[in-house]
Design a protein around this ligand. Structure first.
Ligand code: SF4
Length: 512
């Protein structure tokens, strides 16, 4: 099999590979696609860029398929790193997409939730988030081992694929709940098979250092790649206004970039220097490589950033002060080390910090009912199990289901998926309270605790779940518990019967 030069470079501690982000753009034979392929040819000819990353419908707007462009780029002699999002397709479409990529020899994937779809042909498309990144990473790991499927004459095993799949993490969250959930989810992504990690873009050195410390202290030794975005004023203003979910630009950074616009070169030199300084700081801190992005940046700019960054790298400690852009009242997992401008190694004590969201009285009631009815072997669990066994398949199953559903609509805005995850998400329904139906933690798009899709209106489900569980000392529940995807076989059926009779996802866990 052909050597994967991106994997080889990233796993070699003496190298510091650079990836460059290309945006395939909307259309098929437009200037954006021609430009992306011309840039790819230029990068391939230089041999100094380890992989070209390809965005997948960024901003939730349709664009040329990143997979297809990945195949085209491979033909030019450079490794593609395809952004593989979970949006717009169900699990069968995802599996089929992975087969096509495997066949085409496109092996480097950066798995992420993806942006909520915002526009499409004749209106907003249906949002589809059937799997989350953890499920996709599990599927890829299974495929790399040789996917085993039932066949008419017994199990059939496919030839193993050779995907090199990574995950993303954002250390740039403002609240304790948002940040810790990002880290809990990162741990699950690694358990699911992620082989490298790329950060969200940001300009706070302490936050870049925080995720490095978190990984080190968690015993995660996989490569961590830092995101460097060449930031012009227009993009900075959009990020500052939260128009690009997950990307953080503080007021002070925006003001600095605004001032740089009056330079004779309209701020170009300052933008390149900021990116080169960040390159140096990330390399000095111990990152394994960098991912360079920016709207329509030419190959020469990427090379200039690397050139300047390498020259600045020996003095990286002096450059940390250029990335002192904390969010107002922003949360950090570690105390500041005033000598370095980064973090001290001991985790901060934040157990007593006030909650980022109210726990709510309903949760107390739900918790009481849970202990009474749903904890195996306790209280009314046995009686409920016997009752559900008798009701299942009988004439009263329909009315029983209706009654259950009505009570769950009133209390939890239940959508009747039948594979209930309330137990996993502090009694907040991911099918109605999370527009991306995430069952394993928040996506990267939350902002100041608000949901990406409803900023200022609805708090992120996981910010609320964190507050509920923190109040009761039960945060472990969000940490190691990988919740499988919803089984649509159970849709519109009684989740209580499915739970007690061991038909839903909890059966394996509780041994029912
Ligand atoms: S059964 Fe499904 S839709 Fe209903 S509350 Fe549980 S998770 Fe939500």
């Amino acid at each position: 099999m052909r050597e994967n030069r991106f994997r080889a470079a990233l796993q070699n501690p003496s190298l510091f590979p650079v990836t460059w982000e290309l945006v395939p753009g909307r259309g098929a034979r437009e200037a954006a696609q021609d430009r992306a392929l011309a840039q790819a040819a230029q990068a391939a000819a230089g041999g100094d860029i380890a992989a070209l990353t390809l965005t997948d419908n960024p901003g939730g707007t349709p664009a040329m398929s990143a997979d297809f462009m990945g195949g085209e780029i491979l033909k030019l002699g450079i490794e593609p790193l395809v952004h593989f999002t979970c949006k717009d397709k169900n699990r069968n479409a995802i599996e089929s997409q992975l087969y096509a990529l495997d066949r085409a020899g496109v092996r480097n994937l950066l798995v992420m939730s993806g942006d909520y779809p915002v526009s499409g042909f004749r209106g907003r498309p249906a949002p589809v988030f059937d799997l989350d990144p953890i499920h996709v990473l599990q599927l890829i790991s299974d495929m790399n081992r040789g996917l085993e499927l039932p066949g008419p004459k017994g199990a059939v095993r496919h030839r193993p694929s050779d995907f090199f799949a990574g995950a993303v993490v954002s250390p740039f969250k403002a609240t304790e709940a948002e940040q810790m959930i990002q880290y809990y989810k990162l741990a699950k992504k690694i358990a699911a098979g992620a082989e490298f990690v790329v950060t969200q873009l940001g300009y706070d050195a302490r936050k870049f250092h925080e995720v490095l410390l978190f990984m080190k202290q968690s015993g995660f030794t996989l490569p961590l790649v830092g995101n460097i975005y060449i930031l012009p004023y227009g993009a900075a203003r959009m990020m500052n206004a939260n128009d690009l979910p997950g990307s953080v630009v503080t007021d002070r950074l925006l003001a600095d970039i605004d001032r740089e616009r009056s330079d004779p070169d309209k701020g170009l030199g300052a933008r390149i220097l900021r990116a080169a300084r960040l390159y140096a700081v990330l390399k000095g801190m111990g990152y394994s490589g960098v991912h360079i992005g920016g709207h329509n940046i030419p190959c020469e700019q990427v090379r200039e950033i690397v050139r300047q960054g390498e020259a600045l790298a020996p003095g990286w400690r002096e450059l940390v002060r250029h990335f002192d852009y904390p969010l107002d009242g922003g949360f950090y997992c570690y105390e500041k080390d005033s000598a370095t401008g980064l973090n001290r190694e001991e985790p901060a004590r934040f157990g007593a910090r006030p909650s980022d969201a109210p726990a709510g009285a309903l949760y107390g009631f739900a918790r009481f009912c849970h202990k009474l009815l749903f904890e195996p072997g306790r209280n009314l669990y046995g009686a409920m199990k016997t009752l559900c066994g008798k009701v299942a398949g009988s004439r009263v199953e329909g009315p029983f289901h209706k009654l259950e559903h009505l009570s769950k609509v009133a209390l939890f805005d239940c959508r009747d998926c039948g594979d209930c995850a309330l137990i996993d998400t502090a009694y907040l329904c991911p099918m109605s309270q999370c527009p991306k139906n995430q069952r394993n933690g928040a996506c990267g798009g939350s902002y100041q605790g608000w949901c990406e899709v409803y900023p200022g209106k609805k708090q992120c489900l996981y910010v609320r779940a964190y507050a509920r569980l923190k109040k009761h000392g039960e945060l472990e529940q969000l940490k190691n518990n990988i919740v499988p995807p919803c089984n649509w076989d159970l849709s519109q059926t009684s989740s209580w019967i499915n739970y007690y009779l061991g038909r839903d996802h909890t059966a394996k866990k509780s041994g029912i």
